[in-house]
Design a protein. Structure first.
Length: 312
């Protein structure tokens, strides 16, 4: 009798799918470094509620609802594209599993099965801290994405955006001022009070990360505290009837001593720490680090096994 996909443990099949349907199952992993591939400004949103998923960022479907074990649900802004993992902000992942913020009761762990659903972008309005909850974009580096949305005149982003004269998604460079895109598409360079894209340090708009697995709050640009190599952390245990693809292993962290906070990448060197948790072998993945090779191989192996089982 052929094995079913569920029996093969392939509830995480979406892990390797090229795109997502309107709803389904993913295995969510914690992500502790804010970034946005389309230049959404972290200083004007709740960076603890962001999805870093493989699908391209849409002009409409920028809000996703994620539910764990039919008990807790969060809405997440889907504003960054990963290279394979279904990462979500560490604090959101921690809250879904425990009911507490990572800043209060941090845990470590690996991919956990969760149900997602694309919801109307207005459901994420409370995560955006601008006038009328307009999506805050970098006037210097978001124009290609914005132009594609403006071509879809009725899209959510086309109708609900604001440009700032800030160069990077973590708001470390530029001016805290709005810009206007005048006479588009004849002109595609926004007009600002100061010169567009001036690399002047901006210190008035801090962006913070909650570091995995300590839950420590660190301002982007500040040194990341070195984690004691002998430190242990609370680990997540999948409840009866739950599903996870992590295996029992020790946690190893590789955070650098400085946090560059770039909009699409993260440096990764330096200290390490250990825990007896069921955890991600190489720590949380930044969207710019690329997929975890081990999970990619595992997913491909299961996919091949599934194909054989279904055909038998």
């Amino acid at each position: 009798m052929p094995l079913t996909l569920r029996q093969l443990g392939l509830g995480f099949f979406a892990y390797i799918a090229p795109g997502l349907a309107d709803s389904g199952t993913v295995f969510a992993t914690p992500h502790d470094t804010y970034s946005s591939s389309i230049g959404v400004l972290g200083c004007y949103i709740d960076t603890d509620r962001v999805a870093y998923w493989p699908a391209s960022v849409s002009c409409n479907n920028i809000c996703v609802s994620l539910t764990y074990n039919k008990t807790r649900t969060v809405n997440l802004l889907r504003i960054d594209q990963s290279q394979g993992a279904y990462d979500i902000s560490y604090d959101a992942w921690n809250y879904l599993l425990t009911g507490d913020s990572a800043a209060k009761s941090p845990i470590s762990g690996g991919p956990v099965e969760m149900e997602y659903e694309d919801v109307d972008a207005s459901e994420c309005a409370d995560l955006i801290h601008t006038e009328d909850s307009r999506l805050p974009l970098s006037a210097s580096n978001s124009i290609n994405f914005l132009a594609s949305c403006l071509e879809q005149e009725d899209s959510y982003v086309a109708q609900n955006y604001v440009l700032y004269n800030l160069l990077d998604a973590t708001c470390q460079w530029g001016y805290d001022e709005t810009c206007e895109l005048v006479d588009f598409p004849a002109q595609n360079q926004p007009q600002c009070s100061h010169s567009l894209g001036t690399p002047i340090p901006c210190t008035s708009l801090p962006v913070y990360n909650l570091m995995y697995p300590t839950g420590e709050k660190v301002r982007v640009g500040d040194p990341v505290p070195v984690v004691n190599a002998n430190a242990t952390f609370n680990s997540y245990t999948v409840p009866t009837g739950g599903s996870s693809i992590n295996t029992e292993s020790s946690y190893t962290s590789s955070h650098s001593s400085s946090n560059s906070g770039s909009s699409g990448s993260s440096s990764n060197s330096g200290s390490s720490s250990s825990s007896s948790s069921s955890s991600i072998p190489d720590g949380p993945q930044s969207a710019g680090w690329g997929p975890r090779p081990a999970w990619g191989i595992l997913a491909a192996s299961f996919a091949a096994t599934a194909a054989v089982a279904v055909l038998q």
